[in-house]
Design a protein around this ligand. Structure first.
Ligand code: IPM
Ligand code: MN
Length: 385
């Protein structure tokens, strides 16, 4: 083919089973992007415990600078309890969940985290709860900055030392115990909430779907503010039907009535972290796919959000489909919609034909001859593109 456009993407292979799954997802992404005339080159920017040995840092400055420069990162996941319990004890500030993930979110200003949950009819038998009768997708949009995740890091300097000492307000990593009160700051700013809600309302309008806004506004001031801004922005979108749910009720309804969330869903940072795991686990967390984006400049991090499956590492059994579906989102973002569609279609086809990784396999129902490992599942998807 002539006229291929080259796209360089930062690649973090990650910890645990990350590298095994990412090998498959990268091969799929490269092949699929060609359908749109894009030649992807992955450039490794090591991060996580795997980077520590060589660089003495889980977020090496060089990797961070290069990632920010490239603007798009395909991320295999970081974290491994094995290292948390060795190096992490001596250097807790190096724990990659916070240092790398929150670091990248903050440095790249990744405000919105999209986590669609697709319910495949052919996997309905896996669920212990009542599943939707047909294919359906919940479009989760998680507010990814501020909240309790970044409150201390962003704001603790604003609190006079004598006050913070008195109430025991400390950065998480400084807390050793024995404090009378330990406190974290959670916060939202008006401008970020307004920006975020305009994005989710626009998305609902485009998709002609209702919007469900989740919070705990029956209790906290923070949540009340969140809901007030949502109500304010809803006036700009008279065609979008919006409803509100308290987070505890939402958790229950995801399980008892998942169809209710056949919608665009607005959720906060911490609450969304919990609810999106729950929604994905109705089928398998191994299918979780996700990305976080800076809506102002398009910088984005493509990460499945499902963790690194450290206990499966090196065994070639972790499910690569979450990473592969994440690659599809990445292709759509870089202007390769045909490749994105081809990946999603290939995954559906593989599942329809009964191929399963261990997490998707149900004894007595699924065909044992179609039980695949990480690499054979990846190769199966690749062959359908
Ligand atoms: C996620 C993860 C992260 C989060 C952790 C590892 C910092 O659980 O992306 O969902 O809580 O956001
Ligand atoms: Mn999570």
């Amino acid at each position: 083919m002539t006229d291929m456009t080259k796209e360089i993407i930062a690649l973090v292979k990650g910890d645990g089973s990350g590298p095994e799954m990412m090998a498959q997802a990268c091969a799929v992404a490269i092949k699929a992007a060609m359908l749109d005339g894009i030649e992807i080159e992955f450039e490794e920017t090591p991060m996580g415990w795997n980077a520590y040995e060589e660089y003495g840092d889980t977020l090496p400055q060089k990797s961070l600078d290069r990632t920010k420069k490239l603007g798009i990162v395909f991320f295999g996941g970081v974290g491994d309890p094995k290292f948390d319990n060795t190096i992490g004890i001596k250097r807790p500030e190096m724990k990659p969940e916070k240092r790398v993930l929150l670091g990248l979110r903050k440095e790249m200003d990744l405000l919105v985290n999209h986590r669609p949950v697709r319910f495949y009819e052919e996997l309905a038998h896996l669920s212990i709860v009542k599943m939707p009768a047909q294919n359906m997708t919940q479009l989760w949009y998680r507010f990814l900055l501020q909240d309790v995740y970044l409150g201390n890091d962003d704001l603790i300097h604003l609190i006079p030392e004598e006050v913070s000492a008195k109430i025991g307000l400390k950065l998480k990593q400084d807390v050793i115990g024995n404090e009378k009160i330990v406190s974290n700051i959670a916060y939202f700013t008006r401008d970020q909430l307004v920006k975020y809600f305009r994005i989710v309302f626009s998305r609902a309008e485009e998709m002609k779907l209702p919007l469900v806004v989740i919070d705990k506004s029956n209790i906290t001031a923070l949540d009340t503010y969140w809901r007030l801004i949502a109500e304010e922005i809803s006036k700009e979108f008279p065609d979008v039907s919006v409803s509100f749910q308290y987070v505890d009720a939402a958790a229950m309804l995801i399980v008892t009535n998942p169809e209710m969330f056949n919608a665009v869903i607005a959720t906060q940072n911490l609450q969304g972290d919990i609810l999106t795991d729950l929604a994905n686990a109705l089928i398998s967390i191994g299918l979780m796919h996700s990305y976080a984006v800076n809506p102002d400049n398009g910088a984005a991090m493509f990460e499945s959000g499902a963790g690194t499956a450290p206990t499966l590492a090196g065994k070639d059994v972790a499910n690569p489909l979450g990473r592969i579906l994440t690659a599809a989102m990445m292709l759509r973002h870089i202007g390769a919609p045909n490749g994105a569609n081809a990946i999603e279609k290939a995954v559906s086809q593989v599942l329809t034909e009964g191929y399963r990784t261990g997490d998707l396999f149900q004894k007595g129902i699924d065909d044992p001859s179609k039980l695949l490992g990480t690499s054979t599942m990846g190769e199966m998807v690749l062959s359908y593109i």
